[in-house]
Design a protein around this ligand. Sequence first.
Ligand SMILES: [Zn+2]
Ligand SMILES: [Zn+2]
Length: 128
Amino acid sequence: MSRLSLTRTGSSAYQSGYLRSQQWHWRRRRWFRDRRAAGFEPACQVCGVSLEDAGTLDLHHVSYDGVVENPDGSWTAREADEDLMPLCRDHHQAVHRIMDRKRDFHGWDRRRATLVIVAFLRAKWEKK
Ligand SMILES: [Zn+2]
Ligand SMILES: [Zn+2]
């Protein structure tokens, strides 16, 4: 079992494997379904566009702790609900542009970097 919690963008196995896996597909669906079942409409954490209005939202991994690569190459999706963050496609890409390229964030915990970047983008958005 290998853990990906320390990697920022994820390994290539994560990018090409996990994000295309059935496990992630179902985990993602379950996350949105559970939020709605709890009476909460998922919305981008930067601009606030709702799932209903956007049609689709991405789920950003605040932490990779629940992503487990099994010895046989299969994946187990055990992300805690709070380890996944809804973002519209534009703002998800914006988060990654900053997180993945800015040297300032190298060595940072992924959760902390995510929260700082989202707060920064939200402040910028609200000023518009
Ligand atoms: Zn957004
Ligand atoms: Zn992401």
